[in-house]
Design a protein around this ligand. Structure first.
Ligand code: UT7
Length: 332
Protein backbone atom coordinates (compact mmCIF):
# COMPACT_ATOMS: atom_id res chain seq x y z
CA UNK A 1 0.00 0.00 0.00
CA UNK A 2 1.52 3.31 -1.01
CA UNK A 3 1.71 6.01 1.61
CA UNK A 4 0.01 9.35 0.87
CA UNK A 5 2.08 12.31 2.03
CA UNK A 6 0.39 15.62 2.85
CA UNK A 7 0.88 18.51 0.41
CA UNK A 8 3.33 21.26 1.30
CA UNK A 9 2.69 24.68 -0.19
CA UNK A 10 4.62 27.94 -0.21
CA UNK A 11 2.24 30.42 1.44
CA UNK A 12 4.51 33.47 1.32
CA UNK A 13 7.75 34.63 -0.25
CA UNK A 14 9.93 37.64 0.43
CA UNK A 15 13.28 39.09 -0.47
CA UNK A 16 15.69 41.82 0.48
CA UNK A 17 18.33 43.61 -1.55
CA UNK A 18 20.75 46.17 -0.16
CA UNK A 19 20.26 49.72 -1.43
CA UNK A 20 23.80 50.16 -2.74
CA UNK A 21 23.80 49.52 -6.52
CA UNK A 22 27.26 48.72 -7.95
CA UNK A 23 27.47 48.94 -11.73
CA UNK A 24 30.01 47.28 -13.99
CA UNK A 25 31.53 50.71 -14.59
CA UNK A 26 31.94 51.13 -10.82
CA UNK A 27 33.92 47.88 -10.70
CA UNK A 28 35.98 48.92 -13.73
CA UNK A 29 37.32 51.76 -11.55
CA UNK A 30 38.90 49.31 -9.09
CA UNK A 31 39.76 46.24 -11.18
CA UNK A 32 40.97 45.73 -14.76
CA UNK A 33 37.62 44.99 -16.42
CA UNK A 34 34.93 46.64 -18.51
CA UNK A 35 31.15 46.87 -18.71
CA UNK A 36 31.35 45.24 -22.15
CA UNK A 37 33.33 42.20 -20.88
CA UNK A 38 31.08 41.60 -17.87
CA UNK A 39 27.83 41.97 -19.85
CA UNK A 40 28.93 39.78 -22.73
CA UNK A 41 30.57 37.02 -20.62
CA UNK A 42 28.06 36.89 -17.77
CA UNK A 43 24.93 38.92 -18.57
CA UNK A 44 25.37 40.96 -15.38
CA UNK A 45 24.80 44.74 -15.57
CA UNK A 46 24.86 45.58 -11.88
CA UNK A 47 24.64 44.03 -8.41
CA UNK A 48 23.94 45.16 -4.84
CA UNK A 49 26.55 45.31 -2.09
CA UNK A 50 25.52 45.45 1.57
CA UNK A 51 26.80 48.14 3.91
CA UNK A 52 29.80 47.30 6.12
CA UNK A 53 27.59 46.98 9.19
CA UNK A 54 24.89 45.03 7.35
CA UNK A 55 25.47 41.33 7.94
CA UNK A 56 23.89 38.25 6.38
CA UNK A 57 21.49 37.89 9.34
CA UNK A 58 20.17 41.44 8.84
CA UNK A 59 19.37 40.78 5.17
CA UNK A 60 17.87 37.39 6.08
CA UNK A 61 15.64 38.96 8.74
CA UNK A 62 14.39 41.65 6.34
CA UNK A 63 13.51 39.03 3.68
CA UNK A 64 11.81 36.85 6.29
CA UNK A 65 9.64 39.74 7.54
CA UNK A 66 8.23 40.11 4.01
CA UNK A 67 7.62 36.37 3.59
CA UNK A 68 5.81 36.20 6.95
CA UNK A 69 3.61 39.18 5.99
CA UNK A 70 2.86 37.61 2.60
CA UNK A 71 1.89 34.33 4.28
CA UNK A 72 -0.46 36.21 6.62
CA UNK A 73 0.60 34.24 9.68
CA UNK A 74 1.69 35.24 13.16
CA UNK A 75 5.44 34.76 13.52
CA UNK A 76 4.76 32.84 16.76
CA UNK A 77 3.33 30.05 14.61
CA UNK A 78 6.71 29.31 12.99
CA UNK A 79 8.32 26.31 14.65
CA UNK A 80 11.29 25.63 12.36
CA UNK A 81 13.79 28.03 10.79
CA UNK A 82 16.44 27.00 8.27
CA UNK A 83 18.98 29.51 6.96
CA UNK A 84 21.01 28.50 3.92
CA UNK A 85 24.22 30.52 3.75
CA UNK A 86 27.91 30.22 2.95
CA UNK A 87 28.64 33.66 4.43
CA UNK A 88 27.35 33.35 8.00
CA UNK A 89 27.71 36.36 10.31
CA UNK A 90 30.34 34.31 12.18
CA UNK A 91 31.32 30.62 12.37
CA UNK A 92 29.10 30.20 15.43
CA UNK A 93 26.48 30.67 16.68
CA UNK A 94 24.54 29.87 13.53
CA UNK A 95 23.05 32.71 11.50
CA UNK A 96 19.70 30.95 12.03
CA UNK A 97 19.99 31.57 15.78
CA UNK A 98 20.75 35.24 15.16
CA UNK A 99 17.77 35.55 12.81
CA UNK A 100 15.54 33.70 15.28
CA UNK A 101 16.41 36.33 17.87
CA UNK A 102 16.08 39.31 15.50
CA UNK A 103 12.63 38.10 14.40
CA UNK A 104 11.58 37.28 17.98
CA UNK A 105 10.52 33.75 17.05
CA UNK A 106 10.73 32.14 20.46
CA UNK A 107 12.78 29.06 21.30
CA UNK A 108 12.11 27.13 18.09
CA UNK A 109 14.37 24.77 16.13
CA UNK A 110 16.79 26.90 14.11
CA UNK A 111 19.82 25.79 12.15
CA UNK A 112 22.09 26.74 9.25
CA UNK A 113 22.50 24.68 6.13
CA UNK A 114 25.52 25.03 3.85
CA UNK A 115 25.05 24.08 0.22
CA UNK A 116 26.46 27.25 -1.41
CA UNK A 117 24.43 28.30 -4.48
CA UNK A 118 22.12 25.28 -4.10
CA UNK A 119 21.24 26.44 -0.57
CA UNK A 120 17.72 27.73 -1.20
CA UNK A 121 16.70 24.46 -2.87
CA UNK A 122 18.36 22.34 -0.18
CA UNK A 123 16.46 24.37 2.46
CA UNK A 124 13.17 24.10 0.55
CA UNK A 125 13.51 20.33 0.18
CA UNK A 126 14.64 19.83 3.79
CA UNK A 127 11.95 22.13 5.21
CA UNK A 128 9.14 20.50 3.24
CA UNK A 129 10.23 17.00 4.25
CA UNK A 130 10.38 18.03 7.92
CA UNK A 131 6.84 19.39 7.57
CA UNK A 132 5.66 16.16 5.94
CA UNK A 133 7.19 14.19 8.81
CA UNK A 134 4.62 15.81 11.09
CA UNK A 135 7.28 17.15 13.44
CA UNK A 136 6.68 20.81 12.48
CA UNK A 137 3.68 22.91 11.43
CA UNK A 138 5.04 26.09 9.87
CA UNK A 139 8.52 26.37 8.43
CA UNK A 140 10.49 29.47 7.48
CA UNK A 141 13.35 28.96 5.05
CA UNK A 142 15.86 31.62 4.08
CA UNK A 143 18.70 31.82 1.55
CA UNK A 144 21.05 34.69 2.30
CA UNK A 145 24.59 35.63 1.36
CA UNK A 146 26.84 38.64 1.71
CA UNK A 147 29.15 37.60 -1.11
CA UNK A 148 30.92 40.98 -1.07
CA UNK A 149 32.46 39.93 2.27
CA UNK A 150 34.46 37.14 0.58
CA UNK A 151 35.23 38.72 -2.81
CA UNK A 152 38.81 39.40 -3.82
CA UNK A 153 38.78 42.79 -5.50
CA UNK A 154 42.17 41.96 -7.02
CA UNK A 155 40.73 38.93 -8.86
CA UNK A 156 38.74 40.19 -11.83
CA UNK A 157 37.61 36.68 -12.81
CA UNK A 158 35.44 36.35 -9.68
CA UNK A 159 34.72 39.75 -8.12
CA UNK A 160 32.52 40.92 -11.00
CA UNK A 161 30.13 37.97 -10.77
CA UNK A 162 28.60 38.09 -7.31
CA UNK A 163 26.18 40.25 -5.31
CA UNK A 164 24.48 40.37 -1.90
CA UNK A 165 20.87 39.58 -1.02
CA UNK A 166 18.40 37.40 0.83
CA UNK A 167 15.21 35.53 0.04
CA UNK A 168 12.70 33.66 2.18
CA UNK A 169 9.63 31.44 2.00
CA UNK A 170 7.02 30.20 4.47
CA UNK A 171 6.02 26.55 4.01
CA UNK A 172 2.82 25.01 5.33
CA UNK A 173 0.83 21.81 5.01
CA UNK A 174 -2.24 22.08 2.78
CA UNK A 175 -5.47 20.07 2.77
CA UNK A 176 -5.52 20.25 -1.04
CA UNK A 177 -4.09 17.28 -2.88
CA UNK A 178 -1.99 17.20 -6.05
CA UNK A 179 -0.58 20.67 -5.53
CA UNK A 180 2.33 22.38 -3.86
CA UNK A 181 5.83 20.97 -3.70
CA UNK A 182 5.50 17.75 -5.67
CA UNK A 183 9.04 16.72 -4.87
CA UNK A 184 12.65 17.69 -4.58
CA UNK A 185 15.98 16.16 -5.34
CA UNK A 186 19.53 17.09 -4.38
CA UNK A 187 23.01 15.73 -4.87
CA UNK A 188 26.64 16.46 -4.17
CA UNK A 189 30.13 15.55 -5.32
CA UNK A 190 32.91 16.51 -2.94
CA UNK A 191 35.69 14.84 -4.91
CA UNK A 192 37.04 18.10 -6.29
CA UNK A 193 36.35 20.83 -3.71
CA UNK A 194 38.97 23.21 -5.11
CA UNK A 195 36.84 24.02 -8.16
CA UNK A 196 35.06 26.66 -6.09
CA UNK A 197 36.12 27.37 -2.51
CA UNK A 198 37.42 29.69 0.17
CA UNK A 199 40.77 28.18 1.25
CA UNK A 200 41.20 29.67 4.73
CA UNK A 201 39.15 30.52 7.80
CA UNK A 202 38.07 26.98 8.71
CA UNK A 203 39.71 24.26 10.81
CA UNK A 204 41.90 23.08 7.91
CA UNK A 205 43.51 26.48 7.65
CA UNK A 206 42.62 28.82 10.49
CA UNK A 207 43.16 32.53 10.01
CA UNK A 208 46.81 33.56 10.24
CA UNK A 209 48.95 36.44 9.05
CA UNK A 210 50.02 34.25 6.13
CA UNK A 211 46.45 33.31 5.15
CA UNK A 212 45.45 36.97 5.13
CA UNK A 213 48.54 38.10 3.21
CA UNK A 214 48.03 35.39 0.59
CA UNK A 215 44.35 36.41 0.20
CA UNK A 216 43.08 32.96 1.15
CA UNK A 217 39.91 34.22 2.83
CA UNK A 218 38.41 35.02 -0.55
CA UNK A 219 36.58 32.99 -3.21
CA UNK A 220 38.68 30.96 -5.65
CA UNK A 221 37.04 29.47 -8.69
CA UNK A 222 37.83 27.43 -11.80
CA UNK A 223 35.18 29.26 -13.85
CA UNK A 224 35.45 27.20 -17.02
CA UNK A 225 35.00 23.84 -15.27
CA UNK A 226 32.16 25.12 -13.08
CA UNK A 227 30.46 26.47 -16.21
CA UNK A 228 30.56 23.10 -18.00
CA UNK A 229 29.40 21.12 -15.00
CA UNK A 230 26.61 23.59 -14.16
CA UNK A 231 25.02 23.23 -17.60
CA UNK A 232 25.33 19.43 -17.67
CA UNK A 233 24.19 18.77 -14.08
CA UNK A 234 21.30 21.28 -13.99
CA UNK A 235 20.06 19.82 -17.29
CA UNK A 236 20.26 16.26 -15.96
CA UNK A 237 18.64 16.95 -12.59
CA UNK A 238 15.81 18.89 -14.28
CA UNK A 239 15.08 16.01 -16.64
CA UNK A 240 15.30 13.48 -13.81
CA UNK A 241 12.79 15.23 -11.56
CA UNK A 242 10.34 15.82 -14.42
CA UNK A 243 10.52 12.12 -15.38
CA UNK A 244 10.05 11.13 -11.77
CA UNK A 245 6.66 12.90 -11.70
CA UNK A 246 5.66 11.88 -15.26
CA UNK A 247 6.11 15.32 -16.78
CA UNK A 248 7.90 16.40 -19.96
CA UNK A 249 9.81 19.63 -20.57
CA UNK A 250 6.84 21.02 -22.51
CA UNK A 251 4.71 20.87 -19.34
CA UNK A 252 6.92 23.43 -17.56
CA UNK A 253 5.23 26.82 -17.20
CA UNK A 254 8.22 28.48 -15.55
CA UNK A 255 11.80 27.42 -14.95
CA UNK A 256 13.72 29.34 -12.30
CA UNK A 257 17.40 28.50 -12.55
CA UNK A 258 20.23 29.58 -10.27
CA UNK A 259 21.35 33.02 -11.45
CA UNK A 260 25.08 32.61 -12.07
CA UNK A 261 25.73 33.41 -15.71
CA UNK A 262 23.32 34.16 -18.59
CA UNK A 263 25.38 31.93 -20.90
CA UNK A 264 24.91 29.03 -18.45
CA UNK A 265 21.16 29.73 -18.34
CA UNK A 266 20.90 29.96 -22.15
CA UNK A 267 22.85 26.72 -22.58
CA UNK A 268 20.58 25.02 -20.04
CA UNK A 269 17.46 26.23 -21.88
CA UNK A 270 18.90 25.01 -25.20
CA UNK A 271 19.82 21.65 -23.73
CA UNK A 272 16.27 21.26 -22.35
CA UNK A 273 14.71 22.61 -25.57
CA UNK A 274 12.86 25.23 -23.51
CA UNK A 275 12.21 28.71 -24.97
CA UNK A 276 13.83 31.52 -22.95
CA UNK A 277 10.35 33.06 -22.35
CA UNK A 278 9.71 30.13 -20.00
CA UNK A 279 12.57 31.15 -17.71
CA UNK A 280 12.60 33.89 -15.11
CA UNK A 281 15.91 35.72 -14.72
CA UNK A 282 17.10 38.74 -12.75
CA UNK A 283 20.83 38.11 -12.98
CA UNK A 284 21.34 41.34 -14.93
CA UNK A 285 20.30 43.39 -11.87
CA UNK A 286 21.61 41.35 -8.96
CA UNK A 287 24.48 39.13 -10.16
CA UNK A 288 25.04 35.79 -8.47
CA UNK A 289 23.65 36.06 -4.93
CA UNK A 290 24.50 32.41 -4.14
CA UNK A 291 22.06 30.97 -1.54
CA UNK A 292 19.60 33.82 -2.13
CA UNK A 293 19.53 33.51 -5.93
CA UNK A 294 16.71 31.04 -6.65
CA UNK A 295 14.48 32.46 -3.90
CA UNK A 296 15.01 36.03 -5.13
CA UNK A 297 13.92 35.05 -8.63
CA UNK A 298 10.96 33.04 -7.26
CA UNK A 299 9.75 35.95 -5.12
CA UNK A 300 10.09 38.37 -8.04
CA UNK A 301 8.33 36.04 -10.49
CA UNK A 302 5.43 35.48 -8.08
CA UNK A 303 5.03 39.17 -7.21
CA UNK A 304 5.15 40.08 -10.93
CA UNK A 305 2.28 37.70 -11.65
CA UNK A 306 4.41 35.26 -13.62
CA UNK A 307 3.24 32.30 -11.51
CA UNK A 308 -0.44 31.38 -11.48
CA UNK A 309 -2.47 28.75 -9.70
CA UNK A 310 -2.12 25.31 -11.28
CA UNK A 311 1.13 26.13 -13.08
CA UNK A 312 4.15 23.86 -13.04
CA UNK A 313 7.27 25.59 -11.74
CA UNK A 314 10.72 24.02 -11.70
CA UNK A 315 13.55 25.41 -9.56
CA UNK A 316 17.09 24.20 -10.26
CA UNK A 317 20.51 25.14 -8.90
CA UNK A 318 24.17 24.22 -8.88
CA UNK A 319 27.04 25.42 -6.72
CA UNK A 320 30.18 24.84 -4.70
CA UNK A 321 30.63 21.45 -3.10
CA UNK A 322 29.80 20.57 -5.74
CA UNK A 323 26.11 20.60 -4.89
CA UNK A 324 22.96 20.64 -6.96
CA UNK A 325 19.23 20.34 -6.52
CA UNK A 326 15.80 20.80 -8.06
CA UNK A 327 12.28 21.31 -6.72
CA UNK A 328 9.12 20.71 -8.74
CA UNK A 329 6.07 22.74 -7.69
CA UNK A 330 2.46 22.71 -8.88
CA UNK A 331 1.47 26.16 -7.66
CA UNK A 332 -1.61 26.08 -5.41
O1 UT7 B 1 27.20 29.61 -8.76
C1 UT7 B 1 28.27 28.99 -9.38
C2 UT7 B 1 29.35 29.98 -9.36
N1 UT7 B 1 30.06 30.30 -10.51
C3 UT7 B 1 29.72 30.22 -11.80
O2 UT7 B 1 28.70 29.76 -12.19
C4 UT7 B 1 30.69 30.74 -12.79
C5 UT7 B 1 30.89 29.83 -13.95
N2 UT7 B 1 31.84 30.35 -14.93
C6 UT7 B 1 31.65 31.48 -15.63
O3 UT7 B 1 30.64 32.13 -15.48
C7 UT7 B 1 32.68 31.88 -16.67
O4 UT7 B 1 33.63 30.85 -16.79
C8 UT7 B 1 33.39 33.21 -16.31
C9 UT7 B 1 32.41 34.38 -16.46
C10 UT7 B 1 33.93 33.16 -14.90
C11 UT7 B 1 34.54 33.43 -17.27
O5 UT7 B 1 34.11 33.41 -18.60
P1 UT7 B 1 34.98 32.71 -19.74
O6 UT7 B 1 34.33 32.96 -21.01
O7 UT7 B 1 35.18 31.28 -19.30
O8 UT7 B 1 36.32 33.54 -19.68
P2 UT7 B 1 37.80 33.02 -19.42
O9 UT7 B 1 37.96 32.59 -18.00
O10 UT7 B 1 38.14 32.05 -20.49
O11 UT7 B 1 38.64 34.32 -19.66
C12 UT7 B 1 38.74 34.87 -20.96
C13 UT7 B 1 39.64 36.08 -20.87
C14 UT7 B 1 40.95 35.81 -20.15
O12 UT7 B 1 41.96 36.56 -20.81
P3 UT7 B 1 42.98 35.83 -21.81
O13 UT7 B 1 43.71 34.82 -20.96
O14 UT7 B 1 42.15 35.21 -22.88
O15 UT7 B 1 43.85 36.96 -22.28
C15 UT7 B 1 40.74 36.38 -18.78
O16 UT7 B 1 41.93 36.81 -18.16
O17 UT7 B 1 38.99 37.10 -20.13
C16 UT7 B 1 39.86 37.57 -19.09
N3 UT7 B 1 39.04 38.01 -17.97
C17 UT7 B 1 38.54 39.25 -17.87
N4 UT7 B 1 38.67 40.32 -18.69
C18 UT7 B 1 38.01 41.43 -18.31
C19 UT7 B 1 38.62 37.28 -16.91
N5 UT7 B 1 37.86 38.04 -16.12
C20 UT7 B 1 37.79 39.25 -16.70
C21 UT7 B 1 37.12 40.45 -16.37
N6 UT7 B 1 37.27 41.52 -17.20
N7 UT7 B 1 36.36 40.58 -15.27
Amino acid sequence: MSQVFPSVIITGTGSYLPKNVVTNDDLAKIVDTSDEWIRSRSGIHERRFAEKDEATSHMATAAAEKAITAAGIDREEIDLLIVATMTPDMPFPSTACLVQSQLGLGNITAFDLQAACSGFIYALNTGSNMLRSGAYKKVLIIGADKMSSILDFEDRSTCVLFGDGASAAVLEISEETNCGILGGTAGSDGSNPNLLYQPAGGSAQPASLKSVESREHFIRMNGKEIFKQAVRVMGQVSTDILNCYDYETEHIDLLIPHQANMRIIESLAKRMRLPMEKLHNNLDRYGNTSGASVGLALDEAFRNGRIKSGELVLLVAFGAGLTWGATLIKWH
